[in-house]
Design a protein around this ligand. Structure first.
Ligand code: FES
Length: 72
């Protein structure tokens, strides 16, 4: 589905960029051009970034390093 009609960028392209390490709207603008024209896509782009951030936080919380091993 097209997220940014002005630059013909899909949600798949944005999700792929995010999974490859792009973590801000500014970076998405630099690599895909999203949000640079009319800006109507910005809320959806922000939502995609937010969803990714939540999944990253869940991953980090589930995979906390065991510091007690390091202290021993
Ligand atoms: S829809 Fe993305 S800049 Fe217009």
């Amino acid at each position: 589905m097209y997220v940014c009609v002005c630059k013909a960028v899909t949600d798949t392209q944005i999700k792929r960029a995010i999974s490859e390490g792009v973590c801000s709207r500014r970076e998405l603008f630099k690599c895909l051009g999203v949000g640079g024209d009319c800006g109507k896509c910005n809320p959806h782009v922000k939502e995609l970034l937010s969803n990714h951030e939540q999944s990253c936080n869940q991953y980090l919380m589930q995979n906390q390093p065991n510091h007690s091993i390091l202290a021993a």
